[in-house]
Design a protein. Structure first.
Length: 190
């Protein structure tokens, strides 16, 4: 299947189910709210129907959504962002797309990227009957993909919200030391 066909299936899914694509819990962006000053620019990559975009804009950030399956958000933004969110999106992509998506994100020069990735099959199906999670891989596979793609960035796993998923903070190494303590670093002041 080509990525364009997958996007068409997601368009159908979003139109048929008004609840689909409305997730995005505030706890997933807690770290960004601590790290970024108000007014910072954020891209919600794979924003679905835009609930997180609305939430962050109400919190005085400048958040833009991108989702090729949602007409309102289907235009890819041509600008840099202070941060990128990608919550429950990567597992919906085809495996061969992951490295290109990571490269696309890097080209926006973010200081931070926040990922939430599910490692299990979805409860939802696409119109052709296939599972909505196209790339179901273990956490170590995703970590390896991130390490290969994000040279110049530090990669930290964050506190898990669900045992079937992982959360990651990718921080540009040029940034001054993050305000988030790393519990695995015995040399860092806490």
């Amino acid at each position: 299947m080509k990525p364009e066909q997958l996007i068409e299936y997601y368009k159908e899914k979003h139109q048929a189910d008004e609840e689909y694509g409305t997730g995005g819990l505030a706890e997933h962006v807690y770290e960004l709210e601590l790290l970024l000053p108000k007014g910072s620019t954020i891209l919600d990559y794979g924003c679905g129907k835009g609930n997180m975009v609305n939430y962050l804009n109400r919190r005085d950030f400048s958040c833009v959504g991108y989702d090729p399956a949602i007409p309102k958000f289907c235009k890819f933004p041509e600008q840099d962002f202070d941060s990128i969110l990608c919550l429950d999106v990567l597992e919906h992509l085809m495996e061969h797309q992951v490295a290109d998506i990571f490269q696309q994100m890097k080209e926006m020069n973010p200081k931070y990227i926040l990922f939430h990735i599910c490692h299990a099959k979805a409860v939802h199906k696409l119109p052709d009957g296939r599972n909505c999670h196209e790339t179901v891989r273990p956490m170590i596979w995703w970590h390896d993909k991130m390490k290969r793609s994000f040279s110049g960035y530090s990669i930290r796993q964050l506190v898990q919200v669900d045992p079937r998923s992982s959360r990651w903070l990718i921080e540009h190494r040029d940034m001054q030391q993050s305000r988030l303590p790393d519990p695995k670093d015995p040399l860092q002041d806490q």
